[in-house]
Design a protein. Structure first.
Length: 126
């Protein structure tokens, strides 16, 4: 599966969630911020992590981390209009992850690139 991650430049801490939202609001005409969708998204991440074998040394720490930030996350959808949008879950101190094919190779790709520029983040494709 192709994806894009946005990262702060090396040596710089990630922006706080509120600052990311503010910069997206400055850049785009449409910005929908949904804390409940963010909590649900992190809940899905926790559920997925629970499926991994208990023998993985990082599993318990990842679950504990996700539980600790679950109330601080938001899901954000942004664009110039409601016809073409990009969206991701904003987790404190983590990269922004975009995995929708339209965001990676389609019409919304330019929105993700503009978001990276507005945040001063690097874009990494995988």
């Amino acid at each position: 599966m192709a994806f894009i991650k946005l990262w702060p430049p090396e040596g710089r801490d990630p922006l706080p969630v509120a600052e990311i939202v503010a910069r997206l609001q400055d850049e785009f005409a449409v910005v929908d911020v949904d804390p409940e969708a963010g909590r649900d998204h992190v809940g899905d991440m926790i559920t997925a992590t629970l499926r991994f074998p208990d023998s993985l040394p990082w599993k318990a720490d990842r679950i504990a981390h996700l539980q600790s930030i679950q109330d601080a996350v938001v899901y954000v959808v942004f664009g110039d209009d409601t016809l073409v949008t990009a969206g991701c879950c904003l987790l404190p101190n983590e990269e922004l992850f975009f995995g929708n094919p339209d965001e990676v190779d389609g019409e919304a790709r330019s929105l993700v690139e503009r978001a990276a520029e507005a945040l001063g983040y690097s874009l990494d494709e995988g």
